[in-house]
Design a protein around this ligand. Sequence first.
Ligand code: ANZ
Length: 981
Amino acid sequence: MFYDHQSIEKKWQKFWEENQTYKTSNATDKPKFYVLDMFPYPSGAGLHVGHPLGYIASDIYARYKRHQGFNVLHPIGYDSFGLPAEQYAIQTGQHPAVTTEENITRYEQQMRRIGFSFDWSREVRTSDASYYKWTQWIFIQLFDSWYNQSTDKAEPISELIKHFETHGTQNLSAVQNDPLSFTSEDWKNASELDQQDILLNYRLAYRAETTVNWCPGLGTVLANDEVKDGKSERGGYPVFQKKMMQWSMRITAYSERLLQGLNNLDWPQPLKDAQEYWIGKSQGALVTFDVEDSAEKISVFTTRPDTIFGATFMVLAPENPLVKTLTIEGQQEEVENYIEQTSKKTERDRMSDVKNVSGAFTGSYALNPFTNKEMPIYISDYVLMGYGTGAVMAVPAHDERDHRFAKKFDLSIVNVIENDNDIQEESFDSKVSLCVNSEFLNGLKYDDAKTLIISEIEKRNIGHGTTNYRQRDAIFSRQRYWGEPVPVYYKQGMPYTLPIAALPLELPEVEKYLPTEDGDPPLGNAQNFAWDEANQKVVSTKLINNDTVFPLELSTMPGWAGSSWYFLRYMDPNNEEVLADKNLSDYWGQVDLYIGGSEHATGHLLYARFWNMFIKDRGYINHEEPFKKLINQGMILGMSAHVYQSNSTEVILEDGTTTEIFGKLVVVSEDLIENDKKYLYSELPTEIQKVFGDQKPSALSFYVTFVKKSIDISLLINSSNAVNTLALRDWRAEFKDAVYVKNVDGKLLSEREVEKMSKSKYNVVNPDDICDEFGADCLRLYEMFLGPLEQSKPWNTQGLSGVYGFLKKLYNLYFNGDDFEVSDEEPTKQEYKILHTLIKKVVFDIDHFSFNTSVSQFMIAVNELQKLKTNKRAILEPLAIIVSPYAPHIAEELWSRLGHADSIEFSPFPKFEEKYLVEDEIDYPVSFNGKMRFKLSLSASLSIPEIQEIVLAEERTREQLQGNIPKNVIIVPKKIINIVL
Ligand code: ANZ
């Protein structure tokens, strides 16, 4: 029977939609299971075959869980605010909402074609006002909260105000920007404005001046991971360091919980390590140093207080406010020049450039409290303002950077630890290294020295033991249009949040998506974007009088806002009263399986954990961690194709000048030339020499190099390496009049390379094409078959035909010629064995997320059943169920042909029964001097002597022996019998 994947798949996709097969009910007595994919940003390029890899795996798991009787939540949505739509809007004037809508429509069509079992009724879009109303609501909750260290959770700001009213800051243990101290009287006497200013010091969403990566080309601030080598990752625009007033999120209040929480998560170890490193907990001490002839003091954070006897100089971050007061007159120019010079570097550059130390002397000296020696105070960009106190005590004998610095500036180096010769901190071995040259640490090991010195520091009242985290608060504003408006207005410069009833604060229409002439973000172009406090509504900006009508915040939220809580909204996507009903968030709880890319390790996955913990603290949900198990899928790589080309500008004369001697582009077959080689004319293969012919200025006088150029893989002939030159001429104008030099076989070969699949490399494969030609079931099986889910692997379209062949075979097991035909006969032992071997393997594989190995087992089972011409219902019915998570369309088709009116989706997964795998009879091949003569069926439980006795008594053995006595009988139980004559 012809396997008509096109009509089968269309039919079932329609059926699922019409019957709402995958719509998930909230009210069931089934146990729940929540399977989530990282939702996509709907880009203009659509999906390529790399995108669905994780979705296919999660879909298989979701379907498998439904077969196991779980109520499965498997939703999808779109992370639909973001830069690309906005950049496109700037270029074309097209509203980002329009392009976003178009892109989503395309994504949905593509995903529906692959047959995902998403509950489409729960779809969310972060750019929908009905969704971002709740993102804004969470922002307001954060603004209205502070972190109480005594209870170790976020609490309403009203509680903090109560505390201030009764005790001032006494007995307060709160996470804050600056340590404040005041009495209840001070608080009560403070003006409203001062009180608000104080509260900003504690709010979890707060405004502060911070050094940011400012990208004028994109008109916005970028996060550290959006900057590569001083340029924006997107677009490659230069990025500068700038101080700006920004909204920040106090994620650092959660550092310890974010760290400890990792212990209970079933996540890949490298991902946990990345988060642990990012959080960067260090234990050490805060020590204060006096400055000579100055009232200033310098505090440093050190993880190695035991080395304080070797601290010979101090280094401040160039941005440290102390630099101004500590720089003496004669040093001012040098210091200012240095500050100017380093302000261009990003923090990342500063951290990575360990070899080239640089700095300037302030002219002041601190005093080492233990040695009483003078310590010259320098500034250097290896010290970062945002970490610790922005100052270090430098111990050049035991810290590598300090050592380099001391060498460069000729500063004193005092060894205080024995056996720490190579000054690498990592090689520091607490067992053998002993303190020396120190007043009272001599002879002590690292741990003991550290404890002792911290207690001494505390006794002298010059510092205390402390824990530091590398993690910083997260900057939350973006000077962009296409994001959530921040629900805040300004009264006398102080931020106030909008009343909840006024949410959503909708993104206003603007004429231009660029910053205003005054340098305000694009929302500054909006005509209707001011807050009328009395009437509680958004009004024209013309009405701003700062008395009753106030300006609204003009920056928008960053991309990570909407994605930090979407997993909660899926539980109750249409609720207009709360972000999710508590009964529902209790029922669905944690995401049981989360699949997505490893690039989100320290961004999305930290922010989402933070918001989830916060929402829990404030009592809106009950679970601390959002994602119980997480898997990072690997990447599907594309096979790019490059042609080698040369043009006149590549031709260099011997005297070093470049000249136009050949006006045309020359494209040569890859096998004619060597990679990256600079060819002298005479060294060129003759085919190529011919092309340059008489145009060469004089013999042997010029060189040619060939450069690689990516071409679209659809220009290859039948996916081979040979290029269709006619098509190439039409592809891009530059190739139209090119000269093509083919190889001896008359082919122009391209070079193939496995690279990340991307539109810019022209190596993408569109899943739509695969669905047309082979079908979605084939695509699904093939993507899994490619290899372990977590690994990256190259795509190869040719491999699909093998999987397609398997589907045809599977389909035809249920047919006799063109007739559907299954029998109700009892299967044989062998048939049962094939089925149960399959069940056992597939259950094990899915439970271990090893989807590729199941596919091979399907192939084995179907081949075996085909050999046996199996058509028994008792085998074929369970077979359809086992296959259905992977290939749901064909499974539904077979299931309905088997006489079922309902979807296959909820049929119980076949149970594995061991008894079918127990072998009771073995078919022994019996050989004589190594030659197999006959087969003998024997019980599997026989011992070797029993087998020997039976085989020797066998009539056919006697015939072979013809009266001879065997020299030896070799028996390998369950395998062979060999009789040696
Ligand atoms: C003295 C010392 C001696 C240090 C020694 C290290 C080794 P982690 O582990 O990452 O927390 N440091 C402190 N603040 C800094 C800043 N703002 N910028 C650059 N470096 C800074 O590192 C803590 C160590 O990094 C601190 O301990 C300090 O140098 C340095 F043999 O103090 B140490």
